[in-house]
Write a protein of this length. Structure first.
Length: 267
């Protein structure tokens, strides 16, 4: 079989050279491996097409495949079920439905793992409460573990929330509402593990954001800010010190109440 020659530009040649170097393959080995992979994919395509279960063209399948590769993240790995199970244990979630890992990032140099987890529905270990559309952020480092409770409150009305008022409420929450959690923690902001003085730090960040990345939202009105975000961070040098979901949710309800009182929000 005669194969048509390819015209390779300088830019493509440089890219090919980098790929070959990183893959430790010659251009010939790289192309042969690529053709072998496509051959297996094409044979599978022909089989399911002959069975009548595939109606797309092979070029369309390749296009979709490349789109998936471009959007591929480590969250596509098989570690997701294990991460969900471990997170449930961290915060005392008993059962969950529709749990999914988002934005899994692994920093091998700093030995840090971070990810966001969204639950369509879950319940606490005591099965006292059910939580819908719960969003958590997890960060694990050699020095501390952090759990973030993320609450996106839609702004249905034209509510004017000024930055100065937001900062005042934010300071009140951190200095008064959360003071009891931090009295036993360290005063400085450096996360240094001390076996004689277990570390725990609870902080809150209030902000206005334009979207909720975990849930589709139909705009009812044109607003520059569509969500009021309550972000509660719990850092500890031992996982046994992390607050359970029942306590995180209780803190969040208190902050919601303050937001309603301060800004007249319709929650």
């Amino acid at each position: 079989m005669v194969v048509e020659s390819m015209d390779i530009t300088i830019e493509v040649s440089d890219t090919l050279a980098r790929i070959c170097r990183d893959a430790n393959l010659t251009p010939k080995e790289l192309i042969e491996g690529y053709i072998a992979s496509l051959t297996l994919l094409h044979s599978t395509y022909e089989r399911i097409k002959n069975e009548g279960t595939e109606r797309r063209s092979f070029s369309e399948i390749l296009s979709k495949l490349y789109q998936q590769i471009l959007g591929c993240t480590p969250s596509n790995l098989d570690v997701a079920p294990s991460l969900i199970e471990q997170t449930n244990k961290l915060v005392g979630i008993n059962q969950s439905i529709g749990a999914s890992i988002i934005n899994l990032l692994i920093d091998y140099d700093n030995r840090t793992v971070s990810y966001n987890l969204h639950y369509t529905l879950c319940s606490d270990a005591a099965q006292l409460f059910a939580y819908r559309n719960l969003a958590l952020g997890i960060r694990i480092t050699p020095k501390y573990v952090q759990v973030s409770h993320l609450d996106y409150i839609p702004l249905l009305d034209d509510i004017n929330i000024y930055n100065a008022d937001l900062e005042i409420l934010n300071d009140f929450v951190n200095q008064r509402l959360l003071r009891g959690y931090n009295d036993t923690g360290k005063e400085d902001t450096k996360i240094v593990s001390d076996p004689n003085e277990p570390f725990i730090q609870v902080t809150c960040t209030l902000s206005l954001v334009g979207s909720n990345p975990y849930q589709a939202w139909n705009k009812t009105r044109s607003q520059s800010h569509e969500f009021f975000l309550i972000k509660i961070d719990v850092r500890a040098d031992k996982v046994t010190q992390l607050l359970p979901i029942v306590e995180l949710a209780s803190i969040n309800r208190d902050i919601r109440g303050l937001a309603v009182s301060e800004f007249g929000m319709n929650i």
